[in-house]
Write a protein that binds this ligand. Structure first.
Ligand code: SAH
Length: 242
């Protein structure tokens, strides 16, 4: 009898979990449709074609709710930034998709991210690139993100603790660099570690105001072009003391 009750309870729990999973799948699909139609609307920088199917597919496949502290799909799949603790936030999904699109990541690319945070942007990049290296300055966030990415089997991502200003030369050179914290100017070592033909995407401007989402393209070993794409609001790029 006790055994029967236990089996019944397990079946109820399993059914509830499946219902919750189904809801998450629907919420995530709705998020993708929201950002798809937003990207096509007037006033965005992408033109009428909007976001590419590759980037939208990566957004559809990546479980954002597993990267936020609440692990709630209702919170994760609204097109909003979400706090991840220690004063940091995971960007709004549309901005993650936009930065990924602007980085023009191809399957054989090596990509650097500065500002791992939750690991979500790194996971999106990892679905599109061959290898992703990501640097986070806050130890607790670096540790949690590395664990989340490992648990979810993102085997082509390496997380390093440190100040990303100096980049990660041993991992590069990079086809694309995505910086997810705001600074007045792109750090010269990052431009240095970019391949010719590569792009750096980052919010440029002062912290605590809006910044210009900027794309720097390296066109020769010592020449770059820069364009501003959208107004954004990111957390500050901080520097280590040593
Ligand atoms: N890309 C993240 C969100 C980033 S929030 C995600 O998908 O969740 C910006 C992150 O940049 C924060 O975690 C912050 O600690 C980190 N950061 C700020 N300055 C940094 C620096 N100099 N080097 C590395 N990381 C930095």
């Amino acid at each position: 009898m006790r055994c029967m009750l236990l089996l019944l309870a397990m079946a109820v729990v399993a059914r509830e979990a499946t219902a919750q999973d189904d809801q998450c799948v629907r919420d995530r699909a709705a998020m993708v449709e929201t950002i798809r139609s937003y990207a096509r609307s007037a006033g965005t920088s992408l033109g009428p074609q909007g976001l590419s199917e590759r980037v939208l597919e990566a957004m559809a496949q990546t479980k954002r709710h597993l990267f936020i502290p609440e692990r709630s799909c209702a919170i994760a799949y609204a097109d909003r930034p979400v706090p991840i603790g220690l004063g940091q936030t995971i960007s709004q999904p549309y901005i993650v998709a936009l930065m990924t699109e602007l980085a023009e990541v191809a399957p054989d690319h090596v990509v650097l991210e500065i500002g791992t945070g939750s690991g979500y942007q790194a996971a999106i990049l990892a679905r599109l690139a061959r290898k992703v290296c990501t640097i986070e300055i806050i130890p607790q966030l670096a540790e949690t993100a590395a664990k989340t990415l490992k648990d979810l089997a993102y085997d082509n991502v390496s997380v390093r603790l440190g100040d990303g200003f100096d980049g990660w030369p041993e991992c590069g050179p990079f086809d694309a660099i995505v910086v997810t914290a705001a600074l007045g100017q792109p750090p010269p070592p990052l431009i240095e570690q970019l391949k010719v033909g590569g792009r750096l995407v980052m919010p440029v401007g002062s912290a605590y105001t809006t910044q210009q989402l900027t794309v720097v393209e390296k066109i020769t070993p010592d020449k770059t072009t820069t364009r501003s794409v959208a107004l954004v609001r990111f957390v500050p790029f901080t520097r280590s003391q040593n």
